[in-house]
Write a protein that binds this ligand. Structure first.
Ligand SMILES: O=P(O)(O)O[C@H]1O[C@H](CO)[C@@H](O)[C@H]1O
Ligand SMILES: [Mn+2]
Ligand SMILES: [Mn+2]
Length: 398
């Protein structure tokens, strides 16, 4: 049976979603547009990277083939294909829960694009229950931009910054020491209670440090307050069967701790890769290591930074042989994504896209798995590999 290693490259979509138009995303293609930009030099940045994308390992595992960039030069080194999303949203929890076998077939609550964006009664309840002097922001925004704009006023007034995006999310930014990190966490827990009736997917604490607009930086102490998935996922099935589920990065938060035996966090993709390697060494037969690599989305997709995204893909690719060297006979590894976030697309939000499905391991015979109709096929394949009972939303491709 071996172990299963499930890897989400956060936002590394490959375009082609049948329903992209309904999201205003027809033509969005995170990987394809970075690949194309790199060919023309549009992904060059002095001191960072230059030239065509160098992804020898992901290419060998079939990323380019999965994405429809036919590549006959290199024989496929793994099973490769693509998956479409059936969940209604293009947000992180929907993508991850569907990967884990549970699509989100209900509508999340969203805050309108108006200013203010939050209902006055909601803000009043949160202010009353948390003893803050009021709030700043109260609109849709990019997190880094709104901290640069309102961070100094927030520090001076003691009012935290509330903002949202096209995700089902209430984000609260406050200074880590002037406001206080624990106080920010307590405030988010209060806010979590009050947004429950509005069906909001996540409240996110976004602490920052620095002393003025030019030096404010968000820290790794971000914390997500998520609702749990609507029904048991493959993670819950694994834990119920006595297996260990080791969550790397924000996986534990995304599943609100449900079906998670152990959480290992890291600051940035490279630290997360180290944590993942450690977990692969520690996992026993039948266990699941589930990792999320957040930088692609948070640092480069939302910031619409093409060279940064390209460099992050190359850095991840360069470390893949370290993972492959730690795989044992019978292990199954899958690389996929939870949605797109095309850095060439207008705005700063996610993009509705298909995702790659790259399946590899010492005993995995190379070849195509075609287009899967739901990300849930990934979780069901993990279940089949680990000998867990099947769920009701997907079909194993093993
Ligand atoms: O601009 P920042 O704060 O990074 O916000 C992004 O991060 C949120 C959570 O991933 C998303 O909803 C998106 O809006
Ligand atoms: Mn995501
Ligand atoms: Mn995101």
């Amino acid at each position: 049976m071996g172990r299963a290693i499930l890897i989400v490259l956060d936002s590394v979509g490959i375009g082609g979603a049948r329903d992209a138009d309904a999201f205003g995303d027809a033509g969005a293609d995170t990987f394809g547009h970075i690949l194309a930009a790199a060919k023309t030099g549009a992904a060059d940045r002095d001191g960072l990277r230059s030239g065509p994308l160098k992804l020898p390992n992901l290419r060998r595992l079939g990323l380019h083939r999965a994405a429809g960039h036919i590549d006959e030069e290199i024989p496929a080194g793994g099973r490769y294909g693509t998956a479409g999303e059936v969940s209604r949203g293009k947000d992180t929890p929907s993508g991850h829960w569907e990967i884990a076998g549970v699509p989100v077939l209900f509508d999340w609550g969203y805050f309108p694009r108006s200013v203010p964006a939050f209902p006055a009664s909601l803000i009043q309840q949160i202010v009353d229950d948390s003893a803050i002097p009021g709030i700043l922001g109260d609109r849709h925004a990019s997190g880094t931009e709104i901290i640069a704009e309102l961070g100094e006023a927030s520090v001076a007034s003691g009012k935290p910054i509330f903002y949202t995006s096209s995700d089902s999310v209430l984000q609260i930014a406050a200074h880590e020491t002037h406001f206080g990190l624990e106080r920010l966490y307590d405030l988010c827990a209060v806010a979590r209670r009050h947004v429950d009736p509005l069906n909001i997917g996540r409240v996110i604490a976004r602490p920052f440090t620095g002393e003025d607009a030019a030096s404010f930086r968000r820290t790794a102490n971000r914390r997500d307050y998520s609702v749990p998935p609507p029904e048991p996922t493959v993670l819950d099935r694994a834990v119920a069967a006595g297996r260990k589920v080791i969550a790397i990065g924000k996986i534990g938060d995304i599943f609100a701790g449900h079906g998670i035996s152990e959480v290992r966090k890291g600051d940035g993709n490279m630290a997360l890769f180290d944590k993942m390697l450690g977990a692969v060494e520690d996992a026993a037969d039948g266990d699941l290591v589930f990792a999320n690599f957040v930088d692609f989305d948070m640092l480069f997709g939302h910031r619409r930074d093409v060279p940064g995204y390209a460099a992050a893909l190359e850095a991840f690719d360069a470390r893949l042989p370290e993972l492959e060297a730690r795989l044992r006979p019978g292990d199954l590894a899958i690389i996929t994504a939870d949605h797109g976030c095309d850095p060439t697309w207008p705005g700063s939000d996610h993009t509705r896209e298909n995702v790659p499905v790259l399946v590899f391991g010492p005993g995995v015979a190379p070849g195509p798995i075609g287009r899967r109709e739901t990300f849930a096929d990934i979780g069901e394949s993990v279940a089949a590999h680990l000998g867990l009972p099947p769920g009701r939303h997907g079909t194993s491709f093993l």
